[in-house]
Design a protein around this ligand. Sequence first.
Ligand code: GLP
Length: 266
Amino acid sequence: MGCSLRLPPVPSLAPPAWLADRFECFERPSRLAERVAELLEQELTAAPARPLGLATGRTMEPVYDALVKRLLALSPQRLKALQVGWRSFNLDEYIGLGPTDSGSFALEMSRQLVRPLGLEPGCVRLPDGLAEDPSAEASRYAAAVRAAGGIGLQLLGLGSNGHVGFNEPPCGPEAPCRSVELSAATRSHNAVAFAGNPSRVPAGAITLGLEQILGAERILLVVSGSAKAGILARLLREPPGPSLPASWLQGHPGLHLIVDRAALGG
Ligand code: GLP
């Protein structure tokens, strides 16, 4: 903890009013990951009524590493209870990629959580990127989230163009779960998982919409690293609008924003 909220270029000491006290900033990214893992562990061990909403991306890698360490340190009985009770829905998946394809979010989840924690793969749900009809798959996935009662705690990263999930700008607050076309900026940012080649990043994805994300009881938005400083500054300053999809989170009473100093431009 301990960095004040500084927004370049005009320094400000207080977080925006809409965040109230639901804001934490850490000097070191490792402490940020630890804190998010701690909050996830609290949620998971409280046997939540609604499933967890999970995200992928580089921001989440140290978070999941820290979470796995914490959970594997639980007593065998508590770990077993957690394995048996695990219910989660991921935000998104690339169209055309399946659980064995490099770069797929399904494979990422398998590597980061399912295998290390010994979870049943069926408990960690994602849209099926290999579905023949992606729009029908999006409707099926939305119905599955609805049938589970909606999302309890939604973990979110921030796209460098302001997307959450794969809700690319422009995007309204009622956007449903759907298949989308990815922007050049997003394909370029996500190329790391595809040998650095943006043209190998799938052109489309299935994503939960702002409808499902804003329907979560609580939202944990995690922003790390200097590359996100510009978009985070916009999020903290600008009123909600379609050009910045994450800005719709501002109206959510259960939003908790956790950042590191580099993301604040410090
Ligand atoms: C990706 C994912 C998001 C993720 C965000 C940030 O494209 N669809 O769910 O949170 O963009 O990614 P990263 O953490 O790699 O910056």
